[in-house]
Design a protein around this ligand. Structure first.
Ligand code: ADP
Ligand code: MG
Length: 425
């Protein structure tokens, strides 16, 4: 069967969404491929369909057990054989499962990146007829991303075991930094990159500067019909806000990583099935939750980053109907944000000081003929300038960007040494 036939037969969809077919073709042509698509854009099909077209099994690296289980259940419900290995499974169970992937007709094996650290798993994979390695949520491979997961770097170890298998990396992260880093860290060769528009036409973004956030929240919940999600910064607040909404006759509940697992799952289901209308949660709630008819996502506190905001607010309106992302920010939020940036970025005076300091070092080195590489004790370095480590690194990055110095790869060496390479002249 070809791609379109599989789409119809297993998924019952008539046509591809934008870029899906281009991405699928690229994979079938054997290219390493990076697919950037917004949340809800339909990334899963981009690896699931080519894997169905080809003989063999597709290995899917995925960061969350919940995501894996969701997708495995979903595939199984369509009559497609899929399995996942996750923490809590017995050794024997895993053994049997890996055997089935070698000898059986299983089409998808979902793994956490941590599993790739296991020699046993890698060895067994070398016996499988792997047709594709899919790296879902691939921004986790980048330290510039908002969700760096070092074990993602193990995908390369997998590539050495099955060298000729193409890799498809998928993410909703749009920044160029992260993009380049993924290509680099996954050792892409002969690769193609596809970027889907991140504009969400049906989603209105609103920032409200109301000092009384509770009152504002209530008015949003009362004025916008349908299901909603409220993000707050800490666990205590989730319970408080849920209670506040309940007292105002809104069916709501709260969710954070500290709630017992079964209970968490139950609440998630209640919200998905519209038995409760508003979920109040920390950012632990979200990844992999596929609810199409979320009408509003309200942030009561500032999110960690613009990207995190885009992801979280982007959970509204996946069905294409008019929806709202509302950020409630008052004066103290604004001051906190300004403070944070003041602490993170060095002033031009501070950059100059660092530069002069380095200049002295270079001269010394030229004198002694020692070459141009230096190591500094970061703690000492910061003390000397009376600045925090983030600022110090930012100053160095700035100088690097302008071509004055080159920072070595090992800038975060555990020995606390920071290496700097002077430029040639
Ligand atoms: P992403 O991983 O990009 O966030 P998903 O792969 O979870 O998105 O897909 C989001 C939703 O879109 C799913 O419910 C999926 O079934 C649906 N979908 C994907 N591709 C199509 C298509 N070609 N036609 C109709 N619906 C689709
Ligand atoms: Mg996805």
């Amino acid at each position: 069967m070809n791609e379109a036939e599989i789409l119809k037969r297993y998924w019952g969809f008539e046509s591809f969404r934008p870029l899906q077919d281009e991405i699928i073709k690229s994979v079938l042509d054997g290219h390493d491929t990076l697919a950037l698509m917004p949340t809800g854009g339909g990334k899963s099909l981009c690896f699931q369909i080519p894997a169905m077209v080809m003989d063999g099994i597709c290995i899917v690296v995925s960061p969350l057990v919940a995501l894996m289980k969701d997708q495995v259940e979903n595939l199984k419900s369509k009559g497609i054989d899929a399995v996942a290995i996750y923490a809590g499974m017995g050794k024997r169970e895993i053994d049997i499962l890996l055997d089935n992937c070698i000898y059986g007709k299983i089409k998808f094996l979902y793994l956490s990146p941590e599993r790739l650290l296991s020699e046993l798993v890698r060895e067994r994979i070398s016996y499988m007829n792997v047709n594709l390695i899919a790296v879902d949520e691939a921004h986790c491979v980048s330290q510039w991303g908002y969700d760096f997961r070092p074990p993602y770097l193990q995908v390369n170890a997998l590539r050495t075991v099955i060298p000729d298998v193409p890799v498809l990396a998928l993410t909703a992260t749009a920044t160029q930094f992260v993009r380049n880093d993924i290509v680099d860290k996954l050792a892409f060769k002969n690769h193609k990159i596809f970027v889907q528009s991140f504009a969400r036409k049906n989603l209105s973004y609103v920032v409200s500067a109301d000092e009384d956030k509770h009152r504002k929240l209530l008015s949003i919940v009362k004025n916008v019909k349908g299901s909603g999600l409220v993000y707050v910064r800490n666990r205590r607040e989730t319970a408080e806000i849920a209670l506040f909404l309940q007292r105002n006759s809104i069916a709501s509940d709260f969710y954070h990583a500290g709630v017992e697992k079964e209970e968490r799952f139950k609440r998630q289901e209640d919200w998905k099935q519209n038995r409760i209308r508003v979920m109040v949660a920390t950012n632990a709630f979200g990844m992999g939750i596929d609810k199409a008819d979320v009408r509003f996502v309200v942030h009561l506190d500032l999110p960690d980053s613009l990207e995190a905001y885009y992801q979280e607010a982007g959970r509204a309106g996946r069905d294409g109907s008019r929806s709202y992302g509302v950020l409630l920010a008052n004066k103290s939020d604004q001051l906190a944000l300004e403070g944070k940036y003041k602490d993170s970025f060095p002033s031009s005076d501070e950059i100059k000081k660092v530069y002069h300091y380095l200049g002295n070092y270079f001269q010394l080195a030229f004198g002694s003929g020692e070459g141009l590489s230096f190591g500094f004790d970061i703690a000492d370095f910061c003390k000397r300038f009376n600045i925090g480590i983030i600022k110090a690194l930012a100053a160095l990055k700035f100088l690097e960007h302008d071509g004055y110095i080159t920072l070595s790869e090992n800038i975060f060496l555990p020995s606390r040494l920071l290496f700097i390479v002077g430029h040639e002249d």
